[in-house]
Design a protein around this ligand. Structure first.
Ligand SMILES: [Zn+2]
Length: 274
């Protein structure tokens, strides 16, 4: 279920508006709730766009609330929208014949989902699911593509993002093939925390097992060990990182590869007003 704050496309299945009658009157001629151009975008990719470009596309950005486990795209779906996460985090999966899944990418406020559609009409090749419920900015791919067509600087930014995405997936392959489930779990929790900030992570062991492509008892056993050593704690679907350094010691070196080269990647997004 996707809650569309602007209610512009509330005709779409599974979308419903959240805004009050008061905000309804402030929609512009396109029926879109005006996005506050001069406030932080909450998404680092958007915040890195030149101000003039950002202000143009901001008119057609819509704020949506996404629930955990909602599917954004399934393989074969036309990617009609690009999502710029603010507080939401997305998982991209591949699924085996027997129904088991493994995560190939984790996308939060540092990037966007559906970026390939910024270049041409594209169909999804992976499952994209909401891993952490929260807000995202959503824009029609056709409109976004039209607006950035002649913007070389934005295309360079998007190319860099796609390069990072490909590198991320490559590292995930290495990680899945060569590192233990315990290492991968620690790495994944750190990556998720980087995208969610402080506070408990709302996760079930089933969800973690799905991400790592293992059976739940493996996760239960490893989680108990991590809790015993004081790295994490968990209660009723809330996982808290108690000792980040200790967790990092158990994580594989992939964690540094996933985010180490961009040290400021997960700092709060800068304002789009530049
Ligand atoms: Zn690894």
């Amino acid at each position: 279920m996707v809650f569309d704050i602007s209610q512009r496309h509330s005709r779409n299945a599974g979308e419903s508006g959240l805004h009050s009658a008061g905000t309804r009157n402030r929609t512009n001629m396109h029926g879109v709730l005006p996005y506050p151009h001069k406030k932080p975008a909450g998404n680092r990719l958007l915040a890195s766009f030149p101000r003039a470009v950002y202000e143009r596309i901001a008119r057609n950005l819509r704020t949506v609330y996404l629930r955990r486990d909602d599917y954004i795209y399934r393989p074969g779906d036309r990617m009609e929208h690009i999502y710029f996460p603010q507080t939401a985090v997305f998982s991209e999966y591949q699924m085996l014949d027997d129904g088991r899944t493994v995560e190939i990418a984790l996308v939060g406020h540092e990037s966007a989902v559906g970026l390939m559609s910024a270049y041409s009409n594209s169909d999804a090749v992976n499952w994209t699911q909401v891993c952490v419920a929260g807000m995202a900015l959503k824009i029609e791919s056709d409109y976004f593509r039209y607006e950035i067509e002649r913007e070389t600087s934005v295309k360079t930014l998007l190319n860099d993002q796609l390069h990072s995405y490909m590198k991320f997936i490559s590292q995930k392959v290495i990680c899945s093939a060569h590192h233990s489930v315990e290492m991968r779990l620690c790495t994944w929790l750190l990556m998720l925390a980087d995208r969610c900030g402080t506070g408990p992570l709302k996760l079930t062991q089933e969800h973690i097992a799905r991400v790592l492509g293992v059976y739940r008892p493996s996760v239960t056993c490893i989680a108990r060990g991590l809790r015993k050593q004081g790295s994490i704690d968990y209660v009723r679907g809330n996982v808290t990182i108690r000792d980040r350094e200790k967790l990092q010691e158990t994580a594989c070196g992939c964690y540094r590869e996933f985010c180490g080269e961009k040290e400021d990647l997960f700092l709060p997004a800068k304002s789009a007003e530049m």
